[in-house]
Write a protein that binds this ligand. Structure first.
Ligand code: NAG
Ligand code: NAG
Ligand code: NAG
Length: 385
């Protein structure tokens, strides 16, 4: 740099130092200052996941930008994240939806494989929390995604830990399938594009309660094994969707949930209702709750069993499961979501049974499910907002 006056030179130099020269800081995804929500697997250099709703939380000081570096699985599609920054008085002010696409260098392996994604650019406030959540379920060929590192021009600090923990187990509704119906679409179905976990009842509950959440959900799956193939009890024991039915999750080393929402039955009852199925559904749900209690080594977990909104046929089976749970000394509460798809302001061209695609709850339906669940959970857990 050449300067013709000492003062101008000093001014330029300090402006330069304050901005462009501020050395970026990069921390590993394994750094203790990064907090994760949901099921993750730590390797020697990355934090890996595939379940929907998995999130990372960071705190930065004096940052005007924050980026994340990822690896995606070769041959897979990668995934999408909803990113938030604490701003405007909100803990989770929406910033962007980002696509972590497969690297074009996949085949070459190594560091060329790292995909760089901008999470935040803007005014460098003293302290800001950045959080990002995976919004697409793994059944859409997202593959396993790896958090590699995070970078900023500010500095990293540790965010406050969320004291409350909720685990969700479910089917396509909980997996965020078909949430975003393209406006005016007469028919639509999800290939991963209509998925958006950030607008599900779970995401709304997690944000409302400031809870750290984990979602284990696969579209088309049942509680009972009489549905062909792997079912939710088989997926529940895996760290990754890709692990099922292998028992790979580190129960009870991971922090146990205070509450588990088991939202199943829609597929179990797809072929209709019978007293035989009710008994099977109830006894399998009880076994599932007893297994979860044993695996987490925690006997005071509050279970919540919703019914609806895509079908009310599971209601009697769920009532029987609640009665069995009570006699077995478990704590379980019903959540009535059966009316979440009625009287929605959805667009007139939609011939489906709810406001999302393929009769699934969409943004409005999920909001109604949240409104049905939030007061019940708040009262049982004594979680004040
Ligand atoms: C992590 O493990 C892989 C495979 O064993 C190895 O190639 C790599 O060098 C290790 N990285 C570090 C940081 O130890
Ligand atoms: C409960 O755990 C037992 C023992 O691991 C297993 O055989 C059974 O399938 C599990 N049932 C459910 C519904 O999770
Ligand atoms: C559900 O249970 C109620 C009360 O036991 C009963 O009256 C009703 O017939 C049952 N419904 C079905 C569809 O089995």
């Amino acid at each position: 740099m050449r300067c013709h006056a000492v003062l101008l030179c000093a001014g330029l130099a300090s402006a330069f130092l304050a901005s462009a020269l501020a050395a970026p800081t990069t921390i590993s995804a394994l750094d203790a200052r990064v907090q994760y929500d949901g099921r993750t697997v730590r390797t020697n250099e990355t934090v890996d996941f595939d379940w929907v709703g998995v999130g990372a939380r960071l705190r930065v000081d004096g940052a005007s930008w924050v980026t994340a570096q990822f690896r995606t699985q070769p041959g897979k599609r990668g995934t999408r994240f909803r990113v938030y920054a604490s701003d405007q008085g909100f803990g989770r002010y929406p910033m962007a939806t980002v696509w972590v696409a497969p690297s074009p260098f996949d085949a070459q392996g190594g560091d060329a494989n790292v995909v760089n994604v901008t999470l935040f650019t803007g005014f460098s406030a003293s302290t800001r929390d950045i959080s990002l959540y995976n919004i697409v379920a793994p059944q859409y060929n997202t593959g396993v995604t790896s958090f590699v590192s995070f970078s900023t021009d500010g500095s990293f600090a540790a965010p406050a830990a969320n004291a409350r923990r909720i685990e969700f187990v479910g089917d396509s509704i909980t997996a965020a399938t078909n949430v975003e119906r393209p406006r005016g679409a007469p028919h639509c179905g999800d290939g991963g594009l209509q998925s958006d976990w950030s607008q599900t009842y779970e995401a709304l509950l997690c944000a409302a309660f400031d809870a750290s959440c984990s979602t284990v959900a696969v579209g088309g799956k049942c509680m009972v094994e009489r549905c062909a193939g792997l079912q939710m009890p088989d997926y529940y024991v895996g760290s990754l969707y890709a692990d099922a039915p292998r028992d790979t999750f580190a129960f009870p080393t991971a922090a146990a949930p205070d509450a588990i929402v088991i939202h199943l039955g829609t597929n179990d009852y797809a072929a209709g209702q019978s007293s035989d199925l009710d008994a099977d559904f109830a006894s399998t749900t009880l076994a599932f709750m007893q297994n979860a209690t044993r695996r987490w080594a925690r006997d005071d977990i509050e279970f919540f069993l919703p019914t609806g909104p895509m079908t009310g046929a599971s209601r009697n089976g769920t009532m029987q499961a609640l009665a069995l749970a009570k006699s077995a000394g478990l704590k379980a509460t019903w959540i009535d979501m059966t009316l979440a798809c009625t009287n929605l302001p959805w667009d007139a061209g939609n011939p489906d049974g709810c406001d999302g695609c393929a009769s699934h709850p969409g943004v409005e339906g999920h909001k109604k499910m949240f409104e049905a669940a939030q007061p019940v959970i708040a009262q049982v857990m004594r979680w004040l907002l």
